[in-house]
Design a protein around this ligand. Structure first.
Ligand code: ADP
Ligand code: MG
Length: 691
């Protein structure tokens, strides 16, 4: 019986159980799977290039005759072979060779070499090209197709993979693949999938490598779209599945909400009211909410979160609010005490640093349900924390909230037989394309309006040598009763170095401004110490707060009107925006000074100008995406979860929207086709995973 695309890989000749096992680790199980392992480049072995016609940096195949060969000793042992053809000289350098191999390169031997042409000592050279020594009787065999090169990560040489792919293509030849109507494909500039696969694995002679690999190649585009479709279908199904899970339907208690709002000194913005309405509508359903609220720094997300928390409590289930840092969680806790305690709601704070008797008390209160609202860091989801009845989780300022954490959250409510409602809030605006790919399974709300009378923040770029003028200005500002943040340079991956540099700056500023009360805040202080420092700053007992990036999120002191950021050129744009959002919260005009070290490169200047010229977090995030790429914005772990094989979100982002719409249509109208697409990209894994 002829084999099909669904046959196991061992059906192909050359693949035994051992290799099949290796391939399975790379999610290659069936003959069809091989077809979606794409070459990342091509070699042109269809012709021989004269040495004289080599192009610097291009790879080419040459046929040359050995003139001499010697082994050069030194730091790197090397076999140097001087060769020529009728048009010029070429030096071949080989780094890994056995004595027997070295002997093959005798004078007058013909060598077929494929490699990248570089220049070495006035003549052409190839460093470690692929070489084939021809015997006198051998004729030169030219390939009649471009040679695809497959990723070496499989632990199998590309040449062997070519052999398997050729067999798989022969199977494909006999089968039909479900595909979109020809007219649609044509309109979109896409080839039919079957044709695309042949064209990618066995491109026609004469095509240029650059065209083959270009994102505009209609064959490649078709495969890219297929992968994005698989991902979107998977996520939409996951979403549908999650929506079926049972959750506690909350009856919205308007009296409670009114009591909360009555305590505020302000009225909600329209945007806040709308988003709260969206959240309430979710909470009333007997299925879990999965909502992402995006709102720029200062848009007032906290009160939105609190509105949800009190509804949980009013319905007799527990609610948690998790923040990424201790500082922020403490701030939330203080606000909760101010706003929720008066409503008779019992709030607790939990962090990894809480120990001993206190910790035991809090854990007991969480377990018996007397802690109605629990506020904290990741500690909220640690193993020894048992909730009596967790009904709602709010995750603040955490756009890197991944699948893993969602599973943990579920576990914490397992005892109730239900899934908690989930609200994720972020100030880092996620560009639409990214939101569609990573959060397609979340509903999103936007707080797209800042509270009225917000002051625009004036942002200045200042070279570091102007520090004295800046310090004089701080003195004047404090004399008028205002306060200042001074953010220390970002030192990646070292809390210790960062703390040390903060200590230095703190010492310098104390010397320069002896009359001011200056405080220092960094990540290595104990939590009580940090809480005290922030409380003192909030109460204007200290006027200048020297701090590391621990104040990045959430700290709220309206009387602070100046933020200085040292070595601003080292920060990401979104981070600068986030930091800057700590000022401009009160009635007074606020400023942000970005100190930079000279000399400043022109790209660095450009980036800082983006911040200076814009206060729109969304525009800034778009710029940041251009400069840094998706991986960095979302964190590599998250992009790992996305794990696209062929598609590249930046290059192919324009297809996401198409993929999303198509995916919805397929799920509704052609579920079997949808299954087929998912199966060829992820096997059955996604279909059955639950999150
Ligand atoms: P973020 O969205 O950055 O978390 P917060 O919730 O911390 O913003 O709110 C920032 C500041 O704005 C706080 O001082 C808060 O009390 C205040 N605030 C929130 N909503 C309003 C509003 N509708 N009118 C005026 N001030 C508001
Ligand atoms: Mg906040």
């Amino acid at each position: 019986m002829a084999i099909t695309l669904n046959a196991p890989l061992t059906a192909l000749s050359g693949i035994g159980p051992t290799i099949a096992e290796k391939l399975a680790k790379r999610h290659l199980h069936t003959v069809g799977d091989l077809l979606f392992l794409l070459p990342y480049k091509y070699q042109d072995r269809t012709r021989i290039t004269a040495v004289n016609d080599l192009v610097y940096g291009d790879s080419a195949q040459v046929l040359v005759t050995v003139q001499s060969a010697h082994i050069k000793q030194g730091r790197q042992r090397m076999l140097v072979i001087e060769c020529c053809d009728d048009t010029g000289w070429l030096t071949i350098r080989l780094f890994h060779f056995s004595a027997a191999q070295a002997k093959l390169f005798k004078p007058q031997t013909r060598v077929l070499a494929y490699g990248q042409a570089v220049e070495g000592q006035g003549r052409w050279a190839m460093m470690h090209p692929e070489t084939k020594v021809l015997r006198a009787q051998d004729s030169v065999q030219l390939s009649d197709k471009l040679t695809p090169v497959y990723p070496s990560t499989l632990g199998v040489g590309s040449v062997r993979i070519i052999g398997w792919v050729v067999q798989a293509l022969a199977v494909l030849q006999r089968e039909t693949l479900s595909d979109f109507p020809a007219a649609f494909l044509q309109a979109q500039g896409l080839s039919p999938l079957k044709e695309a696969l042949f064209a990618i694995h066995q491109p026609l002679v004469g095509q240029r490598q650059a065209d083959l690999l270009s994102p505009d190649n209609p064959h490649l585009r078709r495969v890219v779209l297929d992968e994005l479709l698989a991902k979107q279908i998977g996520m939409l199904r996951k979403k549908a599945q999650a929506q079926q899970a049972p959750a506690t339907a909350l009856r919205i208690d308007n009296a409670c909400q009114t009591a909360l709002l009555r305590q505020l000194s302000f009225a909600l913005t329209n945007a806040q009211a709308r988003v709260i309405g969206e959240i309430f509508a979710d909470l009333e359903r007997p299925h879990p909410m999965h909502r992402l609220v995006q709102g720029d720094v200062g848009s007032g997300k906290t009160i939105v979160a609190f509105s949800a928390l009190i509804q949980a409590v009013a319905n007799g289930v527990q609610a948690v609010i998790m923040a990424p840092t201790e500082v922020l969680s403490e701030q939330h806790f203080r606000q909760a005490q101010q706003l929720l305690q008066p409503l008779g709601i019992h709030c607790c704070w939990l962090s990894g640093k809480l120990t001993g008797k206190k910790r035991r008390e809090v854990l007991a209160a969480i377990a018996d349900g007397s802690a109605q609202v629990v506020i904290g860091t990741h500690a909220l989801f640690q193993e020894d924390v048992h909730y009596q009845q967790l009904g709602l989780a709010v995750i603040d300022e955490q756009h890197r909230f991944g699948v893993h954490q969602r599973l943990l959250l579920r576990e914490k409510a397992e005892n109730t037989g239900k899934v908690p409602h989930l609200l994720v809030m972020t100030a880092t605006p996620i560009p639409r394309t990214l939101a569609m790919s990573f959060y397609a399974d979340l509903d999103t709300s936007m707080i797209d309006e800042l509270p009225p009378n917000r002051q625009a923040i004036d942002t200045l770029l200042l070279a570091d040598n102007r520090r004295p003028q800046l310090i004089a200005r701080i003195q004047a500002l404090v004399e008028r009763g205002q306060q200042v943040y001074w953010v220390c340079p970002l030192i990646e991956d070292s809390e210790l170095l960062q703390a040390q540099s903060a200590e230095d700056i703190y010492a310098q500023l104390r010397e320069a401004l002896p009359e001011l009360n200056i405080a220092l805040l960094h990540g290595r202080q104990r939590s009580e110490e940090k809480a005290q420092i922030i409380a003192d700053f909030s109460a204007n007992k200290t006027q200048l707060l020297v701090s590391t990036t621990v104040i990045e999120v959430g700290v709220d002191v309206p009387n602070a009107t100046l933020m200085v950021i040292e070595n601003a050129e080292r920060f990401g744009l979104a981070q600068l925006h986030q930091l800057r959002g700590r000022v401009g919260r009160g009635a007074e005009k606020s400023y942000c000074v970005l100190l930079y070290q000279l000399p400043l490169s022109s790209t660095a200047r450009q980036r800082l100008q983006v911040i200076r010229n814009s206060q729109d977090g969304f525009a800034i995030a778009q710029e940041d995406l251009k400069i840094r790429g998706a991986g960095e914005i979302l964190g590599t772990k998250q992009t790992g979860e996305m794990s696209l094989r062929i598609a590249d979100l930046e290059r192919d982002g324009q297809w996401l929207e198409t993929a999303y719409e198509l995916a919805k249509g397929l799920i509704a109208n052609q579920p079997a086709f949808a299954d087929e697409i998912v199966a060829r990209w992820v096997g059955d894994a996604l279909l059955y995973s639950t999150v």
